[in-house]
Write a protein that binds this ligand. Sequence first.
Ligand code: SF4
Length: 200
Amino acid sequence: MRRHILLHACCAPCATAAIEILDKEFDGDITVLYYNPNIAPRKEMETRFEELSRYLSERYGDKIPLIKGEYDAAEWMRRVAPLSASGEGGKRCFECYYMRLHYLFEKAKELGVTDVSTTLSISPHKDKKWLDEIGRLLEKYYHVSWYSHLWDYRRSVELSKEYNLYRQDYCGCIFSLKERNERVAAREQRKKERIVNKTT
Ligand code: SF4
């Protein structure tokens, strides 16, 4: 049976290095799935999708199909909000990974592909062990192979620069956006305090 992989992608920068590897490994038999109901606001979700679409067509022409999943933002919020205080890297992320990977396996089954993977593990802020744990459990249930790989983060940075890709500075959800804003405000405050201390 010819292998075909369905790759879950969270954004263009994270997808770059993974697609390069999978293009060789699967001899071009790749479909990319963009399913990210976690991303807020909706405009940001659309921006990341459009950038991914631009990258695929600039680099691969029409060779790699791109599927856009539904924007189940209300369902995502219902499942993840109760865990939101865990912070980035905490239990809310486990639930967020699970929802996206579950959809990936369901879609893989529907399309009849042999393998699935995700770009999420490229980020140093993501928990690869959790992603693999979820992937291996779902693999047993759906009988679709979980392809685990340590993607090359530095290569993704190189390709993002080469294709001038938009790189967001927060993970995606409204909670991570709030945390990012708090970090920026705290940094600004420290900067102001340093200036005051120097001048007094
Ligand atoms: S920080 Fe990122 S991975 Fe964690 S819940 Fe928010 S969007 Fe999902």
